[in-house]
Design a protein around this ligand. Structure first.
Ligand code: NAP
Length: 338
């Protein structure tokens, strides 16, 4: 038996996830239906007829869907959709950092009450499996600090200022022309994207909810080629660094352009590469690195979450509340949406 997947959001990541599910079929998961935006893009020709296409999110709440994958982004309507999906007995996978940073706890609690699974590996550092690594792999330590490069756009812009000696505006324009930066680059450049990811990491690493608004942000827009020359004289370069420390009074976190040693892992990160260093009381520093953005790397994170849901839900004996839903899932087919 395979988990039947409904995907909402068919942009960069949604399409990569669909292609992967279709090109490399896996007995654990089956793409059943895609929800696109009304008046948005059309059903693509490459999507086989066996996969339904709808513009009505309610079609993903039908009994023949087991897992809803949200790849739209933003707080609303994603938050309401995922609430409704969990209440309808679906498990949920998302890569939506803003939503998880602001409302992850409430969605996790709802998933627990519903005996369903809520996973969000793609929301932090794209294809780098840092959520699971911190949550599971480092669970035996008491974690004290996190330092990371969590935004590839800033990496690209800063390395262009450094290597080509060009001003920020020109490096940003280049990044926009190459599709690395949005038309409105504020979220990346001013640190808001990285701080959402940092807030999620704080919750996982320290078990503490840090509000995004409590994370101080400094923009990279004021960094100049001269700053890099001065940094170089001290054996350093400049990167947008997200950092959080556990202190006696709680967690102190910020995102800002920071001097980093030229011979360290942060200086070596380029393009969409992300680096996350986690410091623990017993284990010392553990560093994770890899592709932090892009459709395919993020699809790896989403697929890995789906397999984790399959491990949990296909191998376990259904709890009484879920058993009825499972029986219904086995019987139901909703041809209207297929
Ligand atoms: N791209 C990355 O590298 C990356 C990495 C990590 C995490 N993420 C996260 O993954 C999520 C998706 O990102 P993306 O880059 O794939 O974004 P994207 O390319 O902009 O795709 C978003 C998709 O959502 C669709 N959409 C918008 N409103 C909708 C609605 N009301 N109903 C149905 N569909 C709707 C859009 O439809 P139209 O096509 O019709 O406009 C678009 O296809 C975001 O949460 C993002 O933060 C992205």
């Amino acid at each position: 038996m395979a988990l039947r997947i409904g995907v909402v959001g068919f942009g960069t990541v949604g399409q990569s996830v669909a292609r992967r599910l279709l090109d490399t079929p896996d007995p654990r998961v089956r793409l059943l239906r895609v929800c696109g935006r009304a008046n948005g893009r059309e059903r693509p020709a490459w999507l086989p007829r066996s996969v339904g296409w709808t513009t009505d999110f309610d079609a993903l709440l039908a009994p023949d869907i087991d897992v809803v994958v949200e790849l739209v982004g933003g707080i609303q309507p994603a938050r309401s959709w995922l609430h409704r999906a969990l209440i309808a007995g679906k498990s949920v996978v998302t890569a939506n950092k803003q939503l998880v940073a602001e409302h992850g706890q409430e969605l996790l609690a709802l998933a627990a009450r519903q005996q369903r699974t809520f996973r969000f590996e793609g929301a932090v550092a794209g294809g780098v499996p840092v959520v699971r690594a911190v949550e599971d792999g480092l669970a035996g330590d008491r974690l004290l600090g996190i330092t990371g490069i969590l935004n590839g756009t800033c990496n690209y812009i800063l390395s262009r200022i450094e290597r080509a000696g060009i001003p920020f505006d020109e490096a940003l324009r280049e990044a926009q022309e190459l599709g690395y930066a949005e038309a409105d680059p504020t979220a990346d450049v001013d640190g808001f994207d990285a701080r959402a990811k940092l807030a999620i990491l704080c919750a996982i690493a320290f078990g503490v909810r840090v509000r995004t608004s409590d994370i101080e942000c400094g923009s990279i827009a004021s960094v100049t080629p001269d700053d890099f020359l001065r940094a170089g004289r001290h054996g350093c370069t400049i990167r947008q660094i997200a950092s959080a420390e556990r202190t006696e009074d709680g967690v102190v976190a910020c995102v800002k352009p920071t001097l980093v040693p030229l011979d360290g892992p942060f200086a070596r990160a380029s393009g969409a590469q992300n680096v996350v260093a986690v410091r623990g009381e017993l284990g010392g520093e553990t560093v994770f690195t890899g592709q932090g953005a892009g459709g395919n790397p993020t699809a790896v994170a989403v697929l890995s979450d789906l397999f984790a849901v399959a491990r949990r839900e296909l191998s376990s004996v259904p709890a009484p509340a879920a058993a009825g839903a499972a029986r219904k899932r086995g019987l139901a087919l909703v041809p209207k949406y297929a």
